[in-house]
Design a protein around this ligand. Structure first.
Ligand code: ADP
Ligand code: TRP
Length: 326
């Protein structure tokens, strides 16, 4: 039996190296394996918690679709769709919210951060974000949810919500497991914090070279002079290079750092070359896709048609259990 795999990504900014290494790369690899039946979607309704410009939301949704397709997502093998095209997710989210204790959501990192940092807009949507995410997941009864490490807590909350529903209405949902890439911790941004759209510290994968160059040259390094040995383990440039280079290339750069006489500027140039080289073939594919946006729309529509068949099965089961469809 194939394992069912599901994941989503928000269209809330230009796709960056953290998204790629922490999530997308893994998604594409799983699709190649005959052991998995993959569902990947663009979480446009989640993005509404931060994006309030309709043109931008539509553009960024298209950007995520183009990114996945350029990186090798095969719509014949994978069910690829847009969250808002499967309205069953939002009905299930309401039902789940009715059995979700407030305390569970109050402990969520994203919400706690918003409260602690005094975010100017604390919306109900931001608070209940994990419930919609639980619905996105549970409606497909997946075995595995491949996400970056920062999403682990959301999957734990999903399992808790499943348990609450099952205990009220009898066994319905399984307990999906997160799958986080082992070799990639949290990808650091140009300032050393977690790379994130919200921190303005990203390195994008498909932007024009001058944009990527500016991002790479802006990586924060310490003030060790060029001639002195440097510590690769505490250097953001090295930490990013390590995630893209071969073991031999990594060993080579490590030696240069430890010997001294090698500047951060040189390391940044090397990193830039590595980034451009890694994404070059996909960049070409993306340009081809950009010339046929009708195809991309069609892929997403057909994906949603397929996803809805599965989503409706679960929702019908749930409606019977709660008494809205006796
Ligand atoms: P952002 O933090 O930029 O808003 P998202 O929350 O939309 O990114 O993340 C999309 C996917 O990329 C998630 O699965 C997330 O775990 C992964 N991801 C995002 N940033 C990183 C990072 N810095 N390191 C590893 N994975 C990441
Ligand atoms: N919260 C996820 C993120 O920011 C996106 C997401 C929404 C998701 N629904 C999901 C991921 C369901 C996995 C499964 O990255």
């Amino acid at each position: 039996m194939k394992k069912r795999v599901l994941s989503g990504i928000q269209p809330s900014g230009v796709i960056h190296l953290g998204n790629y290494l922490g999530a997308i790369k893994q998604h594409i690899e799983m699709q190649q394996s005959s052991s998995y039946d993959c569902y990947f979607f663009i979480a446009d309704l989640h993005a509404l918690t931060t994006v309030r410009d309709p043109k931008k939301l539509a553009e960024m949704t298209m950007d995520v679709a183009l990114t996945y397709l350029a990186l090798g997502l095969d719509p014949e093998k994978t069910t690829f769709f847009k969250q808002s095209n499967v309205p069953e997710h939002t009905e299930l989210a309401w039902i789940l919210s009715s059995v979700t204790p407030m305390g569970l959501l109050e402990r969520a990192h994203a919400w706690k951060d918003a409260v602690e940092k005094g975010a100017k807009e604390k919306t109900v949507g931001l608070f209940t974000y994990p419930v919609l995410m639980a619905a996105d997941i549970l409606i497909y009864k997946p075995d595995l949810v491949p996400v970056g490490k920062d999403q682990k807590q959301h999957i734990e909350i999903t399992r808790d919500i499943a348990t609450h529903f099952n205990s009220h209405f009898s066994e319905t949902f399984n307990q999906p497991q997160e799958l986080t890439p082992e070799d990639v911790a949290v990808v650091p941004g140009t300032d050393g914090q977690k790379m994130s759209k919200s921190y303005n510290n990203t390195i994008s994968i498909f932007s024009p070279e001058p944009v990527i160059k500016k991002q790479v040259m802006g990586i924060v390094t310490d003030s060790t002079p060029v001639d002195q040995p440097k510590n690769p383990d505490t250097c953001n440039v090295f930490q990013l290079y390590r995630l893209l280079a071969t073991p031999a290339e990594i060993a080579d750069l490590k030696e240069k750092y430890q010997k001294g006489g090698y500047g951060y500027g040189d390391a940044k140039k090397l990193l830039l070359e590595k980034i451009m080289e890694t994404f070059e073939p996909y960049r070409k594919k993306r340009i081809e896709l950009e010339a046929d946006l009708g195809y991309v729309d069609r892929v997403l529509r057909e994906g949603a048609d397929r996803a809805r068949i599965e989503a409706k099965k679960t929702l019908d089961e749930v409606r019977k259990k709660i008494g809205t469809r006796p």
